[in-house]
Design a protein around this ligand. Structure first.
Ligand code: UDX
Length: 440
């Protein structure tokens, strides 16, 4: 089968490489010539474990190519997957301009009965509006489907190769059958649903996981008031098989390119259908309040941030990625600088580009001189007053902060509950975790 994947961002490149690895002819299409030029040379413009290797391997087989030409990419494709960006409007609603413009651009070149499948996360109802845009530009018959993805950054290749489920949302039996055939190699359960159900399932899965994180963070806050340890609480409630203790560590709230955006979009959608006061409309606020509250709380425990040298460990929003979108560091560091601290940040992958440094300093030129970013952990922590571990990178979690105490820091803030409190306390740090008794 020939597949065209439109949009060579994170989801598009992973999807293209994985379908190619199953023996399909895949053409990746993007309107940005620089991006396509890099991809043609086997260069992935972001870090994702295993992706560069898979991409280069598939390019060598001749199954995977890239182009900026709609005509070349569409005219022989049986399935066209839209994986273009869906930015958010100021009110948090999804902006579908790239989805619509891709639909209009592909329409003139459609092969009869080709399937246009939307991978981008879009609200219910979008399939119809995309179909209208296409129909306005062609008389060729085509089918529509929703094909949401559930991949996580850092494990995207594995998640795509071995998904928990495949969701095919289409009201056309023929399209559903072809897409089922296409997804057989994944050996995952396939759900045939209405397009609206597929779209609601995608948003709700992310909103539920975000809610789960917000919930345990609020439980952690209560634990801090009474000497309970939230990690013990998680073990106990997680033993209930209806709940489980997986995917449930408290911390700085959820970040990344999906949860904050999807929660806001589902909340915005709720408002459009008259449900402005539902859970989703409160969830984002709870998440956004979390980091400022934690900074104030830690600051009061360690005698204020003013004049403190803080080593901030982890700038990406999570381990195994260099993605800083909605990353805790980009909220924590500007807040610390505004409170008078100096910050040396560390991340094994994120480089000190102008964009990252501007974001870390909160866009303030006055604060920019008080922040640095390095890929060297030891030098980052050596003369710090406070170590603030934000991300559970193996390079951070496995580092020996206790033996021969490598840092002058008196305080160790474990914002992901990854470290042994007793060991760090014995080594001379005042330990602060999330929702855990203080061992100071
Ligand atoms: C998420 C979904 O997991 C994925 O299915 C969807 O397709 C895209 O969004 P991703 O954003 O890559 O994937 O990261 P994930 O590992 O799920 O973490 C999201 C955020 O939640 C991160 O900020 C993470 O630190 C936080 N998190 C996650 C917690 O705070 N506690 C947890 O127990 C799990």
């Amino acid at each position: 089968m020939q597949i065209c994947v439109i949009g060579t961002g994170f989801v598009g490149v992973v999807t293209a490489a994985v379908f190619s690895s199953f023996g399909h002819q895949v053409i990746g299409l993007d309107v940005l010539p620089d991006k396509i030029e890099k991809l043609k040379q086997g260069i992935v413009p972001f870090f994702e474990p295993g992706l560069k290797e898979l991409l280069q391997e598939q390019q060598k087989t001749g199954n995977l190519t890239f182009t900026t030409s709609y005509e070349d990419a569409i005219k022989n494709s049986d399935v066209i997957m839209l994986a273009v960006g869906t930015p958010s409007s100021a009110e948090g609603a999804v902006d579908l301009k790239y989805v619509f413009s891709a639909a209009e651009s592909l329409a003139p070149y459609l092969k009869p009965n080709a399937i246009v499948a939307i991978k981008s996360t879009v609200p219910p109802g979008t399939l119809n509006s995309v179909a209208e845009k296409i129909k306005a530009k062609t008389k060729t018959a085509f089918e529509m489907a929703s094909l949401p993805e559930f991949l996580r950054e850092g494990t995207a290749v594995q998640d795509t190769l071995h998904p928990d489920r495949v969701v095919i949302g289409s009201s056309s039996e023929a399209a559903a059958k072809t897409l089922e055939e296409l997804h057989k190699s994944f050996k995952a359960p396939i759900f045939h649903v209405r397009p609206e159900s597929a779209q609601m399932a995608k948003y709700s899965a992310n909103a539920y996981l975000a809610l789960r994180i917000a919930f345990i963070n609020q439980v952690a806050d209560l634990c801090e008031e009474n000497g309970a340890d939230v990690m013990e609480v998680i073990k106990v409630i997680g033993a209930d098989r209806r709940i489980g203790d997986h995917y449930w560590y408290p911390g700085l709230g959820y970040g990344g390119s999906c949860f904050p955006k999807d929660v806001k979009e589902l909340a915005a959608y709720s408002r459009t259908v008259g449900q402005a006061n539902n859970l989703l409309n409160h969830l984002n606020l709870i998440n956004e309040e979390r980091i400022p509250k934690l900074i104030a709380n830690w600051g009061s425990k360690l005698g204020g941030w003013n004049g403190k040298k803080v080593a901030v460990l982890g700038v990406a929003f999570k381990p195994h990625t260099d993605d800083v979108r909605e990353s805790p560091a980009l909220k924590v560091v500007p807040a610390l600088l505004a409170d008078g601290a100096t910050v040396s940040a560390y991340d094994p992958r994120v480089e000190a580009s102008d964009m990252v440094m501007a974001a870390l300093s909160g866009g303030s030129e006055a604060h920019a001189k008080n922040v640095s970013l390095s890929n060297e952990l030891l030098t980052t922590i050596q003369d710090a007053d406070v170590i603030l571990a934000l991300v559970e990178w193996p390079e951070i979690v496995e580092f020996d902060f206790a033996g021969k105490k490598p840092s002058t820091a008196q305080w160790f803030i474990d914002a992901r509950n990854q470290f042994d409190a007793h060991t760090l306390t014995k080594a001379g740090y005042n330990y602060l975790g999330i929702g855990r008794p203080s061992h100071a």
